[in-house]
Design a protein around this ligand. Sequence first.
Ligand SMILES: NC(=O)c1ccc[n+]([C@@H]2O[C@H](COP(=O)([O-])OP(=O)(O)OC[C@H]3O[C@@H](n4cnc5c(N)ncnc54)[C@H](OP(=O)(O)O)[C@@H]3O)[C@@H](O)[C@H]2O)c1
Length: 254
Amino acid sequence: MNDQQAQSPLAGRRAVVTGASSGIGRATARALSAAGASVHLVARREDRLRELAEELGPGTTCAAADVRDAAAVAEVFADQAFDLVVANAGLGRGVAPLHEGDTDDWADMIDTNVKGVLHTARAALPALRAAGRGDLVVLGSVAGRQVYPGGNVYNASKHAVRAIYEALRLDEFGSGVRFTTVDPGLVETEFSLVRLGDQEAADRVYDGMTPLTPEDVADAICYAVTRPPHVNIGEIVLWPTEQASTRDVHRSGH
Ligand SMILES: NC(=O)c1ccc[n+]([C@@H]2O[C@H](COP(=O)([O-])OP(=O)(O)OC[C@H]3O[C@@H](n4cnc5c(N)ncnc54)[C@H](OP(=O)(O)O)[C@@H]3O)[C@@H](O)[C@H]2O)c1
């Protein structure tokens, strides 16, 4: 391997990242591109995708699509064979107890976090299977491993993502495709603003503690997809050092 190849472990790979307009998805697109992959950016806010595509330069493309819409996701995959797929698009809506939950919020979380991952996997798999190799990474969460008060439907959606990951491993066993779930604790992104609807409340989530950065999560994703072909990093759980569980956060104040 020459120096340039060593520095570009993903040279020749064609990646797609859903939810690339913000947070973990945007950082992952940057990291995959820096590692040599050409990246296709997907989210609803096309202006942000275009800006990122311009920043990342030649080889980067983008398309606006809503992952809740199976046909729109199928279209993203219709003309291109990706061998590195990051199903990252997702959101939380509200923290109300179940009996006060807003059913529109529930639909948004289930349609985005669960059906969005299903739509993406279904559309991606024929090309991955045909190639007999490649990676499908899903963004789970520690919320898919431990529930917390007010988490109810978001927790359920992320437990579903974990079940989908496990099911994919069994259904696609022998195909040569690798499956990874990356499950972070608190990451400072637009996630809390989207979930809580106001910036002050969002800032309080990270008050007095040091959360993970989107780049920390992107780094974990890059680690998984740059292992040798016979190694499948299945599950990565990343916690901020100051978070011991979904309910225990040490707010040291620094
Ligand atoms: N932040 C955390 O603490 C944390 C922890 C564990 C797991 N996660 C998971 O990490 C993933 C990324 O979240 P983030 O923290 O980076 O939040 P973020 O900054 O709010 O980014 C979410 C991304 O998902 C996209 N998205 C949302 N709904 C979509 C839809 N219907 N169709 C297409 N794209 C959609 C958004 O783009 P558009 O709005 O432009 O469509 C945005 O690019 C999510 O699956 C989240 O559940 C986050």
